[in-house]
Ligand binder design. Structure first.
Ligand code: URA
Length: 441
């Protein structure tokens, strides 16, 4: 059958800043998914979108077309309210690990269909796979049973959810077309809407370790995603949070699981606890429990019980020792003062080079590789004290990892790690904005 449109006409339209019509968008997404639009054509169209943007109507239409390329999950039969959370990705972002069981301990269902990491931000599945026996792949029936029983599930998103996005995201990754608000918003929201939860809380990261480097762009992305959710009948809210420095004191798979377990035991770094509680309050309020006290559930052990059930339900042994890398190197503070810069991107790249992340889809990651931070932004340090420890099974990876943290000085970029002598150095706020700005009536 003849195609109703020509891919070249659609590319030219966007190149020349014309708004695409809904039928053009429906067709181009469907035709790309079935192979009738070539990779090079979609790549040119994605670049035209990066350069010329999209209207709100085009973004909504693009998102709907990507949802329609696959199946939608349906949790209507579940006797629990479903609340999902999504982070746009950051360095040391292990929040899903304590958050999902914490929220589930109040009787809500938290389906977290996640992906594996690519590049400098780690994937939640890679982190959990460092737990002995834990498996990411569940059938839909297993997912529903676990949601009904344990309440929280973190598992791999099946290939049937928004397959157009799966194909397009892989293409964007290798064509320099990831950093675009219309493409990021539609990519994330097509998957989240297809996942079918009634409520959604977004953690939109902002800073050097995030896609959005400045607050205005992060707020714009958050605003578009909140509107896309509302259009699709999913109650959606967002926090814009800082990602200029890593979250917590660990970056790397097993290292981050260890820190998440510390938070579930009532301890852990203050920033990880603060963000876990802020997102938990949003999820609980969205799920109809505005007065629930998540801090009490961390202190009282209910969240830890829910973690153990969640891990055991997927074959994992929550009591098994976590893997550790065989080799370490520690960087010492070159002078005394206050740590006024600890750049998220540099730490993320260093952890990735140590083996915590992968360069290509399908590559294995090292469960024990990564970085332990002995000081965080704003901490006072003394010359010679350990600043950070690098871990890997492959010691030939140390030089390139170190080069990310202590590169040769250039006039253009400040060094990733800076110790200075400010009169006072309060740490910048972690939670920057909430959208919608006030609690909905
Ligand atoms: N995460 C996604 O799923 N899609 C994007 O485009 C960026 C981040």
């Amino acid at each position: 059958m003849a195609e109703p449109f020509d891919a070249v006409d659609v590319i030219i339209a966007k190149r020349d800043r014309r708004e695409l019509t809904d039928p053009e968008i429906d067709w181009v997404i469907d035709a790309y998914t079935r192979g009738a639009v070539a990779e090079e054509q979609m790549s040119a169209l994605a670049m035209a979108i990066v350069l010329n943007g999209m209207s709100r109507r085009e973004i909504a239409s693009w998102t709907e077309a990507m949802i329609a390329s696959g199946q939608r999950m349906d949790f209507a039969a579940l006797p629990k309210v479903t609340v999902d959370k999504h982070s746009t990705g950051g360095v040391g972002d292990k929040i899903t690990l304590p958050l999902a069981p914490l929220v589930a301990s109040f009787g809500l269902a938290v389906p977290q269909l996640s992906g594996r990491g690519l590049g400098h931000t780690g994937g939640t599945l890679d982190k959990l796979e460092s737990i002995k026996g834990w498996r990411a792949d569940l059938t839909n029936a297993e997912l529903m049973r676990q949601l009904a029983a344990a309440g929280a599930v973190v598992c791999a998103a099946g290939p049937g959810l928004a397959p157009a996005d799966r194909k397009l995201y892989a293409l964007r990754d290798v064509t320099g077309t990831v950093e675009s608000i219309p493409l990021i918003a539609s990519s994330i929201m097509s998957k989240k809407i297809a996942e079918g939860a009634a409520h959604l809380v977004l953690d939109v990261k902002c800073g050097s370790g995030a896609f959005m480097k400045d607050q205005a762009r992060a707020e714009e992305l958050a605003g578009v995603m909140v509107e896309l959710g509302a259009d699709a009948g999913v109650d959606t809210r967002a926090l814009v949070t800082d990602m200029s420095t890593p979250l917590g004191r660990t970056v790397g798979n097993a290292l981050e699981v260890r820190e998440a377990v510390e938070v579930l035991a009532g301890g852990g770094p203050a920033d990880v606890v603060e963000l876990t509680l802020a997102l938990a309050r949003e999820m609980l309020a969205a799920g109809g429990l505005p007065d629930a006290d998540p801090a009490a559930a961390l202190a009282g052990g209910q969240a830890m019980d829910a973690w153990r059930s969640m891990i055991a339900a997927q074959g994992g042994d929550p009591a098994a020792p976590l893997p550790a890398a065989r080799h370490s190197e520690t960087l010492l503070a070159p002078e005394s003062g206050v740590l006024t810069r600890l750049d998220a991107l540099a730490v993320g790249i260093a952890a990735w080079r140590l083996g915590a992340g992968r360069a290509r889809q399908g590559e294995p990651v090292q469960p024990g590789a990564g970085i332990e931070l002995h000081a965080q932004l704003g901490d006072r340090v003394t010359k010679g004290q350990p600043l950070l420890t690098l871990w890997t099974d492959a010691p030939d990876r140390f030089p390139r990892a170190q080069a990310a943290l202590t590169p040769a000085p250039t006039a253009a970029a400040p060094p990733p790690i800076q110790i200075t002598q400010p009169p006072s150095a309060p740490r910048p706020p972690l939670i920057l904005t909430r959208l919608p700005p006030t609690e909905p009536e």
